[in-house]
Write a protein that binds this ligand. Structure first.
Ligand code: ATP
Ligand code: MG
Length: 593
């Protein structure tokens, strides 16, 4: 059956609502893929084109999960509080969890994730080591009452997640499965046309063995990722190691040797002012930053000092890890024994000092003299001051050497589209999900969990694939492969329309998902909409039809080419296939619910 645009609910908009500020958010609204539900933040309806694109992503996810032995299940979204009490997370999950009661007053939540529920299933059904390993997944709506729902589908309060959980006899088998899922994720995102980097990440609240986040590179991303263009090293800026450089790399015009010189720097406080006053590079200065650290172990809160190159940013997470503080806040004038604008490490007492390893290894440095209006030049760690704890304290930045291979790192923002976790026995121990090993000994199952934000992936695809005129779908994800656009007036219009119908049928017969723009609109409107919606291919049937020709144009091409009408379907089908589009040999998409 021919799909007619006149009958399809695709309400395109010339302007996006004012509060939509990211390309994906704007374009998904303008192209009629989605609509917000009433005035509620972070709740979106997917319209037919959005649903179709999502279904294609889901199909790719299913295929790759099935390929590594995943079994699809579907657990209730509503979960009893009791399970979360057993894991200890009912009390700690906080306001992000959507909680509700039934008519008897019993407590439940709308699942933000399913570790507890899946572990419950495994503890009921798995008895023996012979039943392991098990990799279960589902594609389902998840609920998180995000503090700041925003960016459309990128951070919604109800969203579609593919979540998977694996159960193993031991750590080695978990490691094998983790690697399988990691590889499957890399294939899934590549097939969706996404440029991603797998980043070693902090295990955060879920806890356990290793974890990687899959980051789709995009300016809209909330995370900052450094990655190596030469090898596969990638890390969150918070986590990235900054390699120490050799001492002589930083030896500046101050020369080495000799005692520090005290110099007057009246009115100069910022690094720029000090470097300017002394005629040295900011990279030759070392700055000291004071924080008030709060500890969880009963130690009294107090100041700590971090010493780092003047041209670099402190990574507060790294400092926090080194100090053992649970919270750090910048100290204010009067909270430390030295004047903040002229502070330095020489003669600094009573404040624990953390020295970045570049400062410890390099120099000599210009530092504050702990005397208002004075600095010291030619200062070297260990000779002139006790560096205290030496550690990597820097926020990584583009150009830093890759810790793995030494090539200069690149830096981009990233959208977290997926994450893999080695959980270990955290949940199985808490919920007593045990199995009997070959010797008949009862052991907790070793677990992993793996998530993909399916709706977030859809938005990330739009974020990476668009231009000023609209979306440019990768063939594998596009809701339709080809728009057939009859244009013209009067009798010519009728001829174009009926030729368009036949061409649409011919395309469909070749497995191309085609849509016929049979609307009574001017050609300019039809072309604008086709560009906005972003069909990979477009065929226009107009004046040249009299000569048996149609105009064929790929979404990325500037100009159409003329091709004979009777060759069009075959040639388009070929290109659609090559781009991963069309009705594949792959299993058809079914609804995730
Ligand atoms: P984030 O740090 O972005 O809040 P998360 O670490 O809380 O994400 P996970 O618990 O790892 O997310 O969930 C698995 C996947 O679900 C994420 O990788 C992401 O793609 C997706 N996801 C999480 N929260 C949302 C949301 N509010 N809207 C859309 N997708 C989300
Ligand atoms: Mg995460």
């Amino acid at each position: 059956m021919v799909t007619r645009l006149s009958r399809l609910l695709t309400p395109t908009l010339r302007e996006a609502p004012a509060d939509a500020d990211l390309p994906s958010h704007r374009l998904m609204l303008r192209a009629g893929l989605m609509r917000r539900l009433g005035e509620a933040a972070g709740l979106y309806a997917l319209l037919p084109l959005g649903r179709a694109a999502l279904a294609r992503i889901e199909a790719i996810v299913r295929e790759e999960m099935d390929r590594i032995g995943g079994q699809e299940v579907l657990l209730p979204i509503v979960q009893p509080a009791e399970l979360w009490r057993q894991s200890g997370r009912w009390a700690v999950y906080g306001e992000e969890m959507w909680r509700l009661r039934d008519r008897h007053g019993r407590e439940y939540c709308l699942g933000p994730t399913h570790e507890e529920a899946m572990t419950d299933l495994a503890r009921l059904e798995v008895r023996s080591w012979r039943q392991l390993p098990l990799l279960l997944y589902q594609i389902q709506n998840k609920y998180r009452d995000e503090r700041r729902p925003r960016f459309g589908m990128l951070r919604a309060r109800e969203f579609v997640m593919k979540d998977a959980y694996s159960f193993h006899r031991d750590d080695e088998d978990l490691a094998r499965c983790y690697r399988d899922v990691y590889d499957a994720y890399a294939r899934i995102f590549a097939r969706c046309g996404l440029d991603v980097r797998a980043v070693r990440a902090d295990p955060g609240a879920i806890g356990g063995h290793g974890t990687h986040e899959f980051m789709a590179l995009a300016d809209a991303g909330e995370a900052e990722v450094v990655f190596c263009p030469r090898c596969d090293y990638a890390a969150d800026v918070e986590e990235a190691e900054v390699a120490a450089v050799r001492a002589d790399d930083l030896a500046g015009e101050q020369g080495r040797g000799g005692a520090p010189r005290r110099v007057a720097t009246p009115g100069a406080h910022s690094i720029g002012e000090v470097a300017g006053a002394l005629g040295v590079d900011a990279a030759a200065t070392a700055k000291i930053l004071f924080y008030i650290a709060e500890y969880a172990d009963g130690r009294a809160a107090g100041p700590v000092a971090a010493l780092l190159p003047g041209d670099r940013q402190l990574n507060e997470v790294k400092l926090g890890n080194r100090t053992g503080a649970v919270h750090l806040r910048p100290a204010e004038q009067g909270e430390v024994p030295v004047p903040l604008g002229s502070a330095g490490p020489v003669g600094l007492h009573d404040v624990p000092l953390f020295t970045d390893r570049r400062v410890a290894a390099g120099g000599p440095w210009v530092v504050g003299a702990n005397d208002e209006g004075f600095h010291l030049m030619g200062v070297v760690a260990r000779r002139d001051f006790d560096p205290g704890t030496v550690a990597d304290l820097l926020a990584a930045r583009a150009g830093d050497p890759c810790p793995a291979c030494g090539a200069p790192l690149s830096c981009r923002r990233g959208i977290e589209v997926g994450q893999v976790f080695g959980l270990g026995t955290k949940y199985s121990s808490a919920l007593k999900a045990h199995y009997l090993d070959a010797a008949g000994v009862e052991r907790p199952m070793v677990m992993g969990c793996y998530g993909i934000g399916v709706t977030r992936t859809l938005a990330a695809v739009v974020e990476q694939h668009h231009d000023d005129n609209g979306i440019i779908w990768p063939g594998s994800v596009s809701p339709y492969d080809c728009a057939v656009v009859p244009v013209g007036a009067g009798e010519a219009a009728a001829r174009a329309l009926s030729a368009g119908e036949r061409l649409t049928e011919a395309l469909e017969a070749r497995g191309v998902r085609a849509v016929l723009d049979d609307r009574d609109e001017r050609p300019g409107v039809k072309f604008k909409d086709a560009d906005l919606i972003g069909y990979p291919e477009r065929v226009t049937l107009g004046r040249s039809l009299a000569d048996g020709l149609v105009e064929w144009k790929g979404r990325r091409e500037a100009e159409p080419r003329l091709v004979p009408l009777d060759e069009a379907a075959g040639r388009i089908a070929e290109r659609v296939r090559a781009a991963g589009g069309g009705v594949g040999p792959q299993r058809g998409a079914t609804d995730g619910r």
